[in-house]
Design a protein. Structure first.
Length: 118
């Protein structure tokens, strides 16, 4: 019984903090421990469809340096993606390769090097 309550608590906590799936959240925490991530900031995690639509409009208007997927098609809306800021392109490259080695998909392969998804 105690064990079950603890499991539920963890699920709730993960959802409350980042809105990410537990699998992505734990792999993200692991990535943040990598030396190349020392100066990393998490700049985006879960997005509602409305937030994604706003971001997409900004992207279409040329107001964002990074691509945004059309609303309804971003893994951010499913809690399965996050973005990192504060890193050099070399650091992002290093982290991207590590991420891919763990089975994740790195946005550097499609023009979005700050983006990591699972
Ligand atoms: Zn992203």
């Amino acid at each position: 019984m105690t064990h079950r309550r603890r499991a539920v608590y963890h699920r709730v906590r993960h959802t409350a903090v980042h809105g990410l799936t537990p699998a992505l959240d734990s792999l993200m925490q692991r990535l943040l421990l990598e030396p190349a991530a020392a100066s990393a900031r998490i700049t985006s995690t879960f997005r509602t469809r409305r937030q994604q639509a706003k971001l997409y409009r900004r992207y279409l208007a040329g107001m964002s340096p990074y691509p945004a997927a059309p609303p309804g098609s971003s893994l951010h809306e499913q809690g399965r993606a996050f973005d990192l800021g504060g890193l050099s392109s070399q650091e992002l490259q290093t982290l991207g390769q590590t991420w891919e080695g763990w089975g994740g998909r790195w946005g550097g392969r499609f023009g979005d090097p700050i983006h990591f998804e699972l």
